[in-house]
Design a protein around this ligand. Structure first.
Ligand code: SF4
Length: 765
């Protein structure tokens, strides 16, 4: 990928706390920059409010007693970025060739503003040109009908899509005849779903927001809430203030897990005083969490043998679990030496964590990408569950498993059918309700989609069509150059989007952009203004109701666009009145309730109650829908992650001015990085050992384990000293995604390995 390097940056260590005045300034800067203070404040006063709209950023739940300013700094950035006054009109596209646009940075592209009209790429002029909606639908339908098989088409979903849009989308795709439904979850919490399904019979977290008020200890593993789920810091602050222990396992010292001031708490703001968050901070090495968790479990079992019957919850283990003996044997056969080497932590450090665990009656364990994007992610997350089960930390207030989702409705989309591996029961219901036979074979996930699009030109199974419901597939995916090639090889690429992004300018032979309404905007349909629904990380479903005037009169809602595509593609082949569904989304929810009667019965009645409703969680009720009806202890060997001499383990991550692939600005305040994204954070001794110093410009080469000898390169990254374990490094995505092979993915979940990329670095000549 081309793009200007922006190495004008400044590195200055950040001494302040997370939140506080910095968060206020950060929010203000963005709302003023994007939309002007008055209009922004009016919009922000409606975010995460009962009659308002859901923050289009992360999936942290809203408290029952929401404050008038129920948003964080990054929520303010997300809302003002979507509600920006800037526009990307047909004139904009007339001014810029697509080739030139592709030479701009991701930040620049998204900063141009909201798309206003449907556009079609003209290969002759290398420009996007306006097209009428119906013509666009017709062209897409013709392209789909021209494919030899529906399995030659890919239908991607980003976690921003509402339940209603996602449900209609999966219906459209399955009626078209494929399960090629990769989604952003494949790249983030797929490993959690895979692990939890085997361990406790449901792929979702068991914790609710209230539980944070009852926990004696909260473990935060492989997660940086200060940037990625900032309102979580309010819960951690409250917990810390009432004496709960907070144990962090993270290679990097993340400010949000050290010191925090709630920007809405007047006295601490006036005194500029902060609350300490982590009572124990363990800088585990990248990929060392499985070993660390086994070390903590080993200490717990040793404590049990010292104080028999005093440590483990034997009644819980007896009644609700299976596999305990195998786990004990596995832990006994695991040496402290391998635990210390592979975790990068000492026996003593792990003992302190185990002590806190044993002394706590109620424990919540939270995690995110730091666990899910590793080769052994699934067994690692199962060690989290093993630890919880030992002392019965499931199914009681203040305890449980808490995978914190990154995108506002990524969990909801999966619940209503966005998956390449749909369950037979779901397909049976779909067949019954809509009287058609849905495809039964599993489809492509993200890695499969890339493989499918890169198949030889004459391969009958090559994927030749890509449609993205939101998202930015090219920037979010690993292996940027390969994915760009894959997209360029498609006969047609189509994106339903709010803003201009990389995936619009890295396109197929034919390409269309279909601009949609944003969350902040009024969605007026025949029966009046419509509400959509979302499901947060803790299975709470609630409505979102945008009230801002649409960015442009020619925009359509995601639901209306999918209905338009369906009508153009199927005509009257199916007995569905798409227009009636769009006229009133309650009708879409009625259909969801018919297809998912177990969890979505009386959907409309329940969702129209203020604050929405809880979907429930079988494991939280100690009903384990596993093959043996039990919660399972799952033993796993510690993988040897030792790399050849000279290699480092690189992880990609977000800056504080970023949400997924959306780059709001060029700073990463909490890490002391300003005005640049071309950096690689390294341990000071690792730099010295390579004869490098802070500020050197580096070439980085990745050495993919799965492709012996295959290398990938990027250059022009500034070395920055950062507090992390030896042998580790870190930098931002999407800039470092060219280093990640799409053939490198986690066992079972096939999640790309963005947290463990073997690299070497050298000074640029
Ligand atoms: S915590 Fe997440 S959902 Fe809540 S306001 Fe912040 S970014 Fe939005």
């Amino acid at each position: 990928m081309s793009g200007k390097h922006d190495n004008q940056g400044k590195i200055k260590s950040y001494a302040s706390q997370a939140g506080g005045w910095g968060a206020l300034k950060g929010s203000l800067k963005h709302v003023v920059k994007n939309r002007g203070i008055t209009r922004s404040m009016l919009t922000l006063l409606r975010v995460n409010q009962p009659e308002g709209f859901d923050c289009p950023s992360c999936a942290w739940p809203d408290p029952k007693d929401a404050s008038s300013f129920e948003f964080c700094e990054n929520g303010a950035k997300a809302v003002s970025f979507e509600a920006t006054a800037k526009r990307v009109t047909p004139d904009f596209f007339a001014k810029h060739t697509v080739t030139w646009l592709n030479q701009q940075t991701d930040h620049w592209l998204e900063d141009q503003g909201r798309l206003t009209d449907p556009m079609r790429y003209n290969p002759t002029t290398d420009h996007y040109e306006p097209i009428a909606w119906d013509d666009a639908f017709r062209e897409i339908a013709q392209q789909l009908q021209a494919l030899d098989s529906p399995d030659q088409a890919i239908f991607y979903t980003s976690g921003r899509a509402s339940n209603e849009a996602a449900f209609l989308y999966q219906l459209f795709v399955r009626m078209y005849g494929t399960n090629n439904m990769p989604d952003c979850s494949n790249m983030c919490h797929e490993s959690s779903g895979e692990a939890l399904s085997e361990s406790i019979g449901i792929g979702k977290g068991t914790v609710r927001l209230d539980d944070f008020e009852h926990a004696d200890a909260i473990f935060v593993i492989g997660q940086n809430p200060g940037t990625n789920h900032p309102r979580m810091l309010s819960e951690l602050e409250k917990a810390s203030r009432r004496g709960a222990e907070i144990v962090t396992l993270n290679p990097l010292r993340e400010r949000g897990l050290e010191q925090f001031t709630h920007p809405q708490h007047v006295m601490p703001m006036l005194k500029n005083s902060a609350t300490s968050i982590s009572s124990l901070y363990l800088q585990v090495t990248l990929g060392g969490d499985l070993a660390a968790l086994k070390g903590i479990i080993k200490h717990v079992l040793e404590a049990e043998s010292t104080y028999p019957g005093k440590v483990l919850d034997h009644e819980f283990i007896r009644e609700h679990t299976a596999g305990f003996e195998e786990l004990v044997r596995d832990i006994e056969n695991t040496s402290w030496e391998s635990i210390e080497i592979q975790s990068g932590l000492s026996r003593e450090q792990l003992l302190r964590a185990a002590d806190i665990y044993v002394k706590s009656k109620r424990v919540i364990i939270c995690w995110a990408m730091g666990l899910t994007q590793h080769k052994h992610a699934v067994p690692t997350i199962q060690q989290v569950v093993n630890l919880l089960l030992l002392r019965g930390n499931l199914g009681k207030p203040g305890a449980g498993a808490c995978p914190v989702r990154g995108h506002s409705n990524v969990q909801g989309d999966r619940t209503v059918g966005i998956t390449e591996r749909p369950k037979p029961a779901f397909l049976d219901k779909l067949a019954e309700v809509f009287e058609f036979e849905p495809p039964r074979g599993h489809g492509h996930d993200v890695v499969g989609a890339i493989e499918g699009m890169l198949e030889p030109a004459d391969s009958p199974t090559r994927c030749r069509f890509f449609l993205g419901l939101g998202g930015n597939f090219v920037a979010a995916s690993p292996d940027t150059d390969r994915v760009s090639e894959a997209m360029n090889r498609c006969d047609m690429t189509v994106h339903i989007s709010t803003k201009l992004n990389r995936s619009h300018v890295v396109h197929g032979k034919n390409a269309l952009i279909l601009p949609c309404l944003g969350r902040t905007e009024r969605d007026e349909q025949a029966s009046g203004p419509q509400r959509v629904s979302v499901e947060d990380s803790m299975s709470q479903v609630h409505l979102s109701h945008g009230k801002n005037p649409p960015a442009n009169a020619n925009l359509r809602s995601e639901c209306a666009i999918i209905a338009g595509l369906s009508k153009a593609t199927f005509g009257d082949r199916y007995k569905i009145d798409w227009d009636a569904l769009i006229a009133d989304y309650d009708r879409i929810r009625d259909l969801i309730a018919m297809v998912l009667p177990g969890i979505y019965s009386d959907f409309n009645k329940r969702v129209h109650t203020p604050g929405g409703f809880y979907l429930g969680n079988s494991a939280a009720e100690l009903k384990f829908e596993t093959a043996n009806g039990k919660a399972n202890f799952v033993a796993a060997a510690i993988p040897d992650l030792t790399l050849p001499a000279g290699q480092l383990r690189l992880q990609t991550l977000r800056s504080h001015d970023q949400f997924n692939t959306t780059v709001y600005d060029m700073d990463d305040r909490y890490r002391g990085i300003y005005g640049t994204r071309h950096v690689v954070l390294m341990n000071a001794e690792d730099l010295a050992e390579r004869g490098l110093t802070d500020g050197d410009m580096l070439n980085i080469t990745s050495h993919t384990i799965e492709e012996q000898g295959e290398q990938r390169h990027v250059s022009g990254f500034r070395a920055v000293t950062f507090d992390m374990p030896r042998g580790c490094a870190a930098g931002y995505f999407p800039e470092l995604n060219p280093l990640v092979s799409y053939k490198s993915f986690a066992d079972r979940s096939r999640t790309p390995l963005s947290k463990f990329i073997p690299i070497t670095v050298e000074k640029m000549p």
